[in-house]
Design a protein around this ligand. Structure first.
Ligand code: NAI
Length: 474
């Protein structure tokens, strides 16, 4: 060990993903001296480098490509068949990532955060050891440590999946296939599988999703996931539900996926040029020295924290994918802000009841608060109001009539408990519901708020009206 920083940091954050870098920026803004440890050459974590941002670039580009084939003629725009330049499309993705990384590097410098490149290891309260490849170890002293080390691809429990990121790919490889596969199998009908499956289906691949549950997007409102599956079916995506994948093997050409009905029955094997395995992610806790430092994990391998994100060791905090809760960038960001505030002597808080989630497919799916299934399970009496986009003027004008808004409100108090949207722009519309719920608003508050006409958001107002009276346009 060489080099020890002469002035201890107030805070060293391990991991520069959305949780870690936001925590570092907020802490620096609040006057703390901050070091940010990251093993990747660039900041931004999975989200900016190989997750949310590059996938959105490809989702946007492939959506435009598919629109030319499916919508332009109906709008009176006659163009020839679109021609794909995949290299250029992937170039747009890379440029998007680079611009975001540059922006972040600027913010890190602007806030005078020390960039500590290397793998961070917790060597007990107040000490972090940073090792960069080919470099000496560097030991830094700090008053507090925040672990924001994120998550890794989980693979399929009990199945030896040999990812080569070309034929058998995780989300990382699925973001840079060198050509459009003829056939693609997606293992897992969750968010990653449906977003990236959509990208390649729009570009011409025959996509089959094999999912263990009887429904896609398990955990989403049941009615939403059912209708959404129908919409994806119309786009040509096939589904094998209630199917447990038991083998993924490389073949002479492409790969095979073997699965069996969860309820029992004969196994089936499908072939494809590319197999995307998207069966969840696991917290990244290895190489952090947590055991030696005494930082306890829960039964699912996540770092245990109290209500203030403190681990079992005083002065060591954890946020984001590495602790309990949804693995979402914005949840991690909010936790990062809250911990920075706590360390600066302020009150930090995250309202876990109001964390929106969005699936960036076409149409989008967005949700905040409780689903009908959750309310029923909890025995909470509720009223539901629903409004279809087929009855919304703006949606008709834009050929975006697929989908609906559902508002769920407490039967006694009228307080909104959940809002679920499937439709064009759902991921933007969901935030008026989130703001309302943050303020404990009722469905009547939502319905009496003037909504501009003509907008897709009027469907939110109409669904809210339906909760306690009747929609006007249905
Ligand atoms: P996921 O947990 O959303 O979905 C995985 C799916 O795989 C589940 O439906 C599960 O039932 C299925 N599965 C598991 N084992 C299986 C087997 N043996 N055979 C067949 N199916 C099987 O995980 P995903 O999509 O990999 O995403 C990982 C994390 O990243 C999630 O927490 C997700 O929320 C997050 N994420 C969020 C995004 C967003 O908010 N737009 C985008 C991408 C990822």
């Amino acid at each position: 060990m060489s080099d020890t920083n002469p002035t201890p940091y107030d805070l060293v954050v391990i991991g520069a993903g959305p949780g870690g870098y936001v925590c570092a920026i907020k802490a620096a803004q609040l006057g703390l001296k901050v070091g940010l440890v990251e093993k990747r050459a660039t900041p931004g974590g999975t989200c900016i480098n190989i997750g949310c941002i590059p996938s959105k670039a490809l989702l946007h580009a492939s959506e435009k490509f598919a629109e030319i084939d499916h919508q332009f003629a109906d709008l009176g725009i006659e163009v020839g068949a679109p021609k794909l330049n995949l290299e250029k499309m992937l170039g747009h993705k890379t440029a998007t990532v680079d611009a975001n990384v540059k922006g972040l590097e600027f913010l890190i410098k602007k806030n005078k955060i020390d960039w500590l490149h290397g793998t961070g290891k917790v060597a007990g309260t107040g000490t972090v050891v940073v090792t960069a490849e080919g470099d000496e170890e560097k030991t830094v002293q700090t008053k507090n440590i925040v672990i924001a080390s994120g998550s890794d691809v989980a693979g399929i429990p009990g199945v030896d999946v040999k990812f080569d990121e070309k034929v058998i790919v995780s989300s990382t490889g699925a973001l840079e296939l060198s050509k459009v596969p003829e056939r693609m199998i997606v293992v897992g009908g969750g968010v990653i599988g449906l977003e990236l499956g959509s990208v390649w289906a729009r570009l011409g691949a025959k996509v089959t999703v094999v999912e263990y549950l009887d429904t896609i997007l398990g955990g989403m409102d049941g009615e939403v996931s059912k209708q959404f599956q129908r919409m994806l079916g119309k786009q040509g995506i096939e589904f094998k539900l209630g199917a447990k994948v038991t083998g993924v093997e490389k073949a002479k050409k492409g790969a095979t996926v073997t699965f069996e009905p969860v309820k029992g029955g004969d196994a089936e094997t499908l072939e494809a040029d590319v197999v995307l395995v998207a069966t969840g992610r696991k917290p990244h806790v290895e190489s952090l020295g947590l055991d030696a430092a005494g930082v306890a994990l829960d039964e699912r391998g996540r770092i245990k924290t109290d209500d203030h994100w403190c681990t079992s060791v005083e002065g060591i905090y954890a946020i984001g994918d590495v602790i309990a809760g949804p693995m979402l960038a914005h949840k991690a960001e909010d936790e990062g802000v809250a911990v920075a505030e706590i360390l600066a002597g302020q009150a930090g808080h995250v309202n876990y009841e109001v964390i929106p989630s969005v699936v960036y497919t076409s149409p989008e799916v967005a949700s905040v608060g409780k689903t009908e299934e959750e309310l029923k399970k909890a025995g909470i009496a509720y009223k539901a109001g629903k409004f279809p986009f087929s009855a919304n003027g703006r949606a008709r004008a834009m050929l975006a009539t697929d989908g609906f808004v559902k508002v769920l409100a407490d039967a006694t108090t009228d307080r909104v408990l959940g809002v679920h949207i499937v439709g064009f722009g759902a991921g933007e519309m969901i935030h008026e519901a989130a703001v309302l719920m943050e303020f404990g608003g009722s469905s009547e508050d939502l319905a009496r708020t003037c909504h501009a006409h003509p907008t897709m958001s009027e469907a939110v107002k109409e669904a809210a009206l339906g909760t306690f009276f009747k929609p006007l346009h249905m």
